[in-house]
Each structure stands twice: as C-alpha cells, then as structure tokens.
Design a binder for this molecule. Structure first.
Ligand SMILES: O=C(O)CCC(=O)C(=O)O
Ligand SMILES: [Fe+2]
Length: 350
C-alpha cells in the first residue's frame, strides 16, 4: 500500500483562471495541459452561484443519510441529469463548459454528446469503513472501463472529456482527487495498453485502495510494484475551492481520497464524448426514462435549450437529413406548447 502523505507534504495541482470567450474559454496552455498531461484544473469556467445552489439542493435532499454508512459513487440516480434542480441542469449544459469540452476534443459543440451528469455528496467518516467496495480511499484507476465498451484510443486522438466540478473548499473538507500527470510518450505510467487496474482482465474489481493493492500484491506482484512506484508515488492533488473544475480523460490515472471526518464534499461528475464514439455509453438512466415522468422536465429542457445544447443531448442538428418539412412540423407540434423555437432547423433546409 502507498504511504499516507500528510497534506502539507502533498504536491498540489493549482487551478489556473479561465478568461476566454464563452465559445472558446480555455487558453492554448490549458488545452495543451489536458492533451499532453491528461488533466487541467481551472477556476471561473462555470458560475459559482450555480455550483453552490446545486450543492444546497443535494445537501437538503440527502439530509437524512447516515454519514457513517458505506458510500458508493454518485447520487444513486437521485441527482442525475435531468434532475429536479434547475441549477444542476443549467450547469450540465453550461455554454462555457460545452465550449471548453469542444476545445479539448478539437471539435464543434454540436459534435459532442453528454453521457454522464451526476452529483455526489462524499461524506467524511470518523472511522474508515472496512469494505473492499467502499469509495472513501479509492484505488488508483482510469475511468474508461465503466464508460467505454472498448479501450481509449491512442493518446493523441482523445474521444472523451471527464469533468469534476467541486462545490467545496479542499482546505475544509480534504477529499482531493489525486492525478498522475503524463510526462510524455515514454512515461512508464502510461504504457499501452492501459489494463493494469482492478476490474480489467483478470484483476478483480475492488474499489478501496488497501484491499485492491493487497490483492494485487498476491495475484500480480509486478503490477502491484509498478502501481506503487509509478502511480501512487507520483500522485498530485487537485487544489479546489467552490467552482473549481478538473478536466481529465478516460485514460488518466487518478483516484478519490478520503474526505475529512464530519465534512461533506459535493462534486458534480460529468462526461462528454465525441458524437461518433458510440461505444462510450451513458452512465445512468438517461434521457429516455426521464421522458416517462409526469413533470415533463426533460421535454421542457429540450424546448428551452439552445440548438447547441440540444445537439449535446443527441437531438439532430440543423441540416441533418432527419429534418424534412414534415418532421420539423411534427417536432414543433410536440414541443410547441412548451415553447420550442425551430426557425434554425427550417432555415438550414433552404
Ligand atoms: O471523487 C473523486 O475525487 C474522484 C472519483 C473517481 O475517480 C471515481 O469515482 O471514478
Ligand atoms: Fe475515477
């Protein structure tokens, strides 16, 4: 197991401020950090007010949860897109966030798709919970195995962006995400293929660091040794305040670390993929179930969204062969009562 590192000895990744336009918010250096090192941490990408309002909503909704029980990732489906929280939905499709994702993937906003948006209250425990599947002190991992049916493409052709929006201050709650920044093509941490992680191939799926590394020490000692030397020993921790955003990738080594006893860390986890990468699946129930709800939250979101935001949910873009005079009229008939504006779809037919 890797040694515990006191927080004053930690190497921190500090956020840099975003100051570009809404459609291209990130600087060349911020994009290069993500593309080369696998992660970049930024401030002022999304409005902090939306972050704190979503935080307040989930804290209120989960007031009765026992802090000392084992915790799994995410909200268990209770706070996923589309949620009954306008601020959370707005953050999920915030134009500056979409602009940043498109910059990182080198594509247009209309060519990206949302596949995850989940809010997670991670609760600090007074005593560690002794369970291999507990999320408090995670094993170092990459995320692709529970998003993609395949393996991430070659490093220089990324197809997905992962996002964590933090709603708390790390100096009050701990729970910093740790990341291993890639140093170049011959970085021993990033040799191809990326399979030496619990849950891939013969390595059993275990979440908790202590259990995962001890099982690997028995079953695959060279893998355990490599993970200790090249992954845990190189961890750097994300320094966050409310509104800080970590942008990383499906092939970036990282993990969640324990939250301070008694504290709550609220984090909004999102994933966007390129439209063509259909092997990256939507992580939670998704939009179809959401349209089986009496409140019509999803339908209202579609009607009120911009054309770009609709595309990110998979709605056909203007000019797509789906659109004919008759389909435009039919979709107008469905969403017109909810206020949809469809002139851009009609003009693209001319
Ligand atoms: O919570 C964090 O800081 C990271 C979580 C994570 O990596 C995961 O659950 O896959
Ligand atoms: Fe992860």
């Amino acid at each position: 197991m890797a040694p515990d590192i006191a927080s004053d000895e930690r190497r921190w990744i500090q956020a840099t401020t975003v100051d570009g336009s809404d459609s291209a918010p990130l600087s060349y250096q911020q994009i290069a950090a993500w593309r080369e090192n696998g992660a970049v941490v930024v401030d002022q990408l999304v409005p902090t007010a939306l972050v704190s309002q979503s935080r307040a909503a989930i804290i209120a909704a989960t007031r009765d949860v026992d802090d000392q029980q084992p915790g799994d990732f995410g909200s268990g489906g209770s706070f996923v897109f589309p949620a009954e929280c306008n601020e959370f939905n707005q953050l999920t499709l915030h134009p500056r966030l979409l602009g940043a994702v498109a910059q990182l993937l080198g594509t247009a906003v209309r060519e990206i798709r949302l596949t995850q948006s989940d809010l997670w209250v991670k609760r600090g425990r007074s005593t560690a919970f002794d369970d291999p599947y507990d999320n408090d002190d995670q094993r170092i991992h990459v995320d692709y195995p529970n998003h993609s049916l395949t393996h991430p493409p070659e490093w220089n052709s990324p197809e997905a962006v992962e996002v964590i929006i933090y709603a708390d201050d790390v100096s009050h709650c701990d729970g910093a995400t740790s990341v291993v920044l890639r140093t170049g093509d011959d970085d021993p941490a990033y040799q191809w293929p990326i399979v030496d992680t619990p849950g891939v191939g013969e390595h059993p799926w275990i979440n908790s660091r202590g259990y995962a590394e001890s099982v690997l020490r028995d079953s695959a000692p060279t893998v355990a040794q490599w993970r200790a030397e090249h992954l845990y020993a190189r961890e750097q921790h994300v320094h966050f305040q409310p509104g800080t955003v970590l942008l990383y990738r499906h092939d970036t080594w990282h993990r969640g670390t324990p939250v301070r006893a008694g504290a709550h860390r609220v984090a909004h986890n999102l994933t966007f993929r390129k439209a063509a990468s259909e092997w990256i699946s939507t992580l939670h129930e998704g939009w179809a179930w959401a349209m089986y709800r009496r409140r019509q939250t999803m339908e209202r979101l579609i009607a009120g969204a911009t054309v770009d935001q609709r595309c990110v949910l998979g709605f056909p873009k203007p000019g797509h062969p789906y659109w004919t005079v008759r389909t435009i009229a039919a979709v107008q008939a469905r969403y017109g009562p909810l206020g949809i504006e469809m002139s851009e779809y009609s003009s693209a037919m001319d």
